[in-house]
Design a protein around this ligand. Structure first.
Ligand code: SF4
Length: 415
């Protein structure tokens, strides 16, 4: 395996259509299936994330597969999987991607993920994908769908409407109809018809993944000293980059090691991290949160993999999939039920026995900022301390963040 690559603004210098250099993953994903330790898995995950050329998708294509890129936060990836295509979570370009062309096309007061996603489309980095899905989570994601239709006209882009009213009897039929409209596009891309039996099989694969993810989340909540935040995050993040059939056994092996770990429980405070459900903080920032003495015992990272509990396929698996979205207890900024927010955040604080809340919100992310306003009131009402920090994909200096986090942790520790 090549070592970690630091990739700069090379895309500018490439002739049109030329594939940029990047990390190579074998088409049977041997590196992941044979990774013998959490340390090795984490190293591989860091390599893959440092490389904006989507090495896992290129490996999948080298084996003859098709791939569909899914913008955060929620796409029913089971549907894509049922067509034997690879559903991939597109979560921005990360810190190694230089933004040049997208800056000229988008306003400056927009989140980094919108710019880096467009930059990747304009510079050929998304060429390994056959189609894209943009859930309508905010005005930014809605506009990206339209922009993609113009800049990548040969690759279908679909805007997925998700309901905001969860009590109307029309909600589930509405979502089933939305899924059918997505299915019509997926059929064209995959070149095969939708099958209920295939969806049933995919639901079972995703159920396995959910059960393991749930174990990891419980481990992080109950024994946070056994798994660092960066390890936890990378194990989850791989779930949207690797074929599920590779991620499930990898996560099972990792959990066996992590659950058996003998590590000392430090005198750290327990915090819940709110806000990073779409754009992703850097690994350095996640590391810093725990370095200053916080154990993260609840979070909103990589929510796709824990959107709902097990889905029973039932007689109509498509309806079961839609019902699972509507009935989920998840209450984050892009699935807004403002009237239940206060109770939801307090229940999460109680369940995780958190001593404080850390709002980590992407700069210019309106849904996350709305949550801050609503959650803050509820936290203040119960006297729960909180800190609000903003981040960008290309954050490079953390001195001020370190100072803020240290002050926050000490104020709780010595209160
Ligand atoms: S980071 Fe926030 S504003 Fe930007 S696309 Fe995601 S949800 Fe929308």
């Amino acid at each position: 395996m090549p070592e970690l690559l630091k990739i700069g603004s090379w895309a500018e210098d490439l002739p049109d259509g030329e594939t940029p250099p990047g990390v190579e993953i074998s088409s049977d994903f041997r590196e992941f299936t044979e990774a013998e330790s959490v340390e090795r898995i984490v190293h591989l995950a860091q390599e893959v994330l440092a490389d904006p050329t989507f090495p896992t998708v290129r490996a999948w294509r080298a084996a003859g597969g098709k791939a569909v890129g899914c913008f955060p936060v929620y796409t029913p990836q089971e549907l894509i999987h049922s067509f034997a295509m690879l559903p991939v979570s597109i979560q921005g370009g990360g810190e190694n991607l230089e933004i040049s062309r997208a800056d000229a096309a988008l306003g400056s007061f927009l989140c980094s993920i919108s710019k880096s996603t467009l930059e990747m489309a304009l510079t050929g980095l998304l060429d390994p994908f056959d189609a894209f899905v943009f859930p309508y989570i905010c005005d930014v994601s809605r506009n990206l769908d339209g922009i993609f239709a113009r800049v990548l006209p040969q690759r279908p882009s679909h805007m997925l409407h998700l309901p905001q009213n969860f009590t109307s009897p029309a909600t589930i039929p509405f979502l089933v109809a939305e899924y059918r409209s997505l299915i019509a596009k997926l059929e064209r891309v995959a070149g095969r018809p939708f099958s209920q039996e295939d969806l049933r099989a995919s639901l079972e694969v995703f159920n396995e993944q959910r059960a393991l993810v749930d174990r990891l989340v419980v481990l992080k909540r109950d024994s946070p000293w056994k798994v660092s935040l960066v390890e936890y995050y990378l194990l989850l993040r791989l779930g949207g980059l690797l074929p599920r059939e590779v991620h499930v056994p990898l996560l099972r092996r990792a959990l066996a090691e992590l659950e058996g770990r003998e590590r000392k429980n430090k005198d750290s405070i327990r915090v819940i991290v709110l806000g990073p459900f779409c754009e992703q903080p850097t690994l350095e920032l996640l590391q810093l949160v725990e370095d200053v003495g916080c154990y993260v015992v609840g979070d909103e990272l990589q929510m796709l993999h824990r959107w709902c509990p097990r889905i029973e396929p039932g007689s109509d698996p498509l309806e079961s999939l839609a019902t699972s979205y509507v009935r989920t207890p998840i209450d984050i900024g892009v699935r807004s039920t403002p009237t239940t927010k206060a109770a939801a955040i307090l229940a999460r604080v109680d369940a995780s026995k958190a001593q404080g809340a850390l709002f980590l919100t992407a700069k210019f992310c309106e849904p996350a900022l709305e949550d801050v306003v609503l959650y803050r009131r509820a936290l203040e009402g119960r006297g729960i301390p909180y800190l609000h920090m903003e981040f960008e994909e290309k954050s490079t200096t953390y001195e001020q963040a370190r100072l803020q986090l240290e002050t926050f942790a000490e104020s709780i520790l010595f209160e």
